[in-house]
Write a protein of this length. Structure first.
Length: 247
């Protein structure tokens, strides 16, 4: 599904990613961990096409296509989704209208017919239940007046509506209490499919205990320096990152 080779990227002339190699197959869940400033969020920004970052070397293939040649909206239409660490508010745009436009554009790109109003409403109700999101929030502007937990659940709700093939969850667990984290994790687990892959970016193993990745990577100073199974997350939680640096 995703193959990243020797990826280098900079912002304002400062190199952040210094040769990322990563391969994710269909149906796999990978976790990316690392200390602050190691390049985790930069990697997600580069993959989704944030124009502030400049790719200086390397390649990224997504489902056989050159991801770096695509505009951000094309990447989203191809099935790439990013759950933001800090979801933004969009005043004046209701959640329902926002999602209707997003779903319609993705279906149009895939050559699928537009959902009829009744079909779309049924889909809304079904997917809201996945993350226990209050239906009243559909009438509000995107994320406006939402609590921190509601914003994070709303991100997973959008994921459920858009049905991406690769979802990147950028520190979705930050600021969540245990109950909210479990709701988010349950939602992610319900959305897993054989042809859907997930990248979980996190500092902690608590979310990974609930989502259970097959592979854990450690990003350090712009490079993946260690890759192992889920036990690696527990080792990091117990011992920090210094032992990896010194090993």
């Amino acid at each position: 599904m995703l193959e990243v080779k020797n990826l280098h990227a900079s912002i304002d002339g400062k190199e952040i990613l210094r040769g990322i190699d990563l391969r994710i197959n269909d149906g796999e869940t990978h976790a990316i961990m690392g200390p602050n400033g190691s390049g985790k969020s930069t990697l997600s920004a580069v993959l989704t096409g944030n124009p502030l970052y400049e790719v200086t070397e390397g390649s990224v293939t997504f489902n056989g296509k050159d991801l770096l040649a695509m505009k951000p909206e094309q990447r989203a239409a191809e099935g790439l989704f990013l759950s933001f660490q800090y979801p933004v508010e969009i005043p004046g745009v209701s959640m329902q209208n926002f999602l209707k436009a997003a779903v319609t554009e993705r279906r149009k790109y895939l050559g699928l017919p537009e959902l009829k109003p009744g079909e779309f409403q049924r889909m809304l109700k079904e997917r809201q239940q996945v993350v226990q999101l209050d239906p009243k929030l559909m009438k509000r502007s995107v994320n406006e007046g939402f609590s921190g937990g509601e914003k994070k659940r709303n991100e997973i709700f959008q994921m459920a509506m858009l049905e991406p093939t690769l979802a990147i969850l950028d520190e979705t667990d930050s600021g969540l209490d245990v109950d909210a984290m479990r709701i988010v994790a349950d939602g992610v687990n319900q959305l897993k499919k054989p042809d859907t892959s997930i990248i979980v970016i996190t500092h902690y193993d608590r979310l990974l205990d609930m989502i259970r990745p097959q592979v854990v990577h450690v990003l350090w100073q712009g490079r993946i320096v260690k890759t192992a199974g889920p036990e690696l997350a527990q080792q990091i939680q117990q011992n920090g990152y210094d032992w990896i640096k010194n090993s």
